[in-house]
Structure formats: C-alpha cells, structure tokens
Design a protein. Structure first.
Length: 142
C-alpha cells in the first residue's frame, strides 16, 4: 500500500512540474507613434494593440492596428538594450498591407530572447510606406 502512495505521489508531482513548465504568460502593448521629429509629423499616425502569449519557449503574437496614413509595409519584433530604446529586429511578423489590419507570428524563442522578453526589452514595430523607419511601436510587458 505504501508503494502505491509513493507511486501516486510521484505521478502527481511530475504532472505538477509539467503543468508549471507549460504555464502561459501574457504580454501586452499598445502601439503608438514612434519617437519622431518635426519632419515625421505628416507621415506617422495610428494606433494598435498587441498581445503575446508565451507557453514554454513558444511565443504567439497577435494584434491589430488602424489609422495609418499609408499601407503597413513591415512588422517586426525588435530587441532593445533597455526598455524605451531602439534595437535591432529579431523576428518578422505577418502584417496586413493596408492602413489598418492585423499582425501575427509564432516563434520558438532562444534562452537569450526569453530573458529579453521577461526583462521588457522586446518590442513590436510597425512600418508603413510613408514611414519606412517605423510608424508604430510598443514594448511587450506582462
């Protein structure tokens, strides 16, 4: 009888560990105009929202945007050295090529990318035809 309890406890323990390993974390951001100078005021507009769900090392990104002055041309996840500062693109998202629409992507993150996500160093940036250096951006935060 005691060996059955130990076996039952072991199975429950392992199932608990497996459940913890697959716990979902949700990160969100509001997309707003990128930092701009006076020359960009006529081309940078719009807004949007993005949700990123992390299960294990798999990140699923989905969002929507509206109000661009030209068609969206590119959407990417960037990695910044610190929150609020631009960094290089690391992941490409699928985006609707219109002034409003959706963006999405699914990725298996490396340990380094996971650490950056949890530290608030990953952000989504949306580019448009009239703002090829960036139109909207937002940091993925829990």
């Amino acid at each position: 009888m005691s060996s059955m309890r130990v076996t039952g406890f072991s199975i429950a323990f392992l199932l608990g560990i497996a459940a913890l390993a697959q716990t979902e974390a949700v990160f969100r951001t509001r997309l707003s105009p990128v930092a701009m100078d006076a020359t960009m005021r006529a081309t940078v507009t719009g807004s949007g929202n993005v949700t990123a769900r992390l299960t294990g090392s798999k990140l699923v990104v989905s969002g929507s945007f509206e109000g661009l002055l030209s068609n969206a041309s590119l959407a990417q996840v960037h990695r910044s050295p610190v929150t609020g500062v631009r960094g290089p693109a690391i992941l490409d998202l699928t985006v609707t090529k219109a002034p409003g629409g959706t963006l999405s992507g699914s990725f298996d993150l490396s340990p380094e990318q996971l650490e950056s996500l949890r530290a608030g160093k990953l952000y989504v940036q949306l580019h448009s035809d009239k703002a090829p250096e960036g139109n909207l951006w937002g940091w993925l935060l829990p």
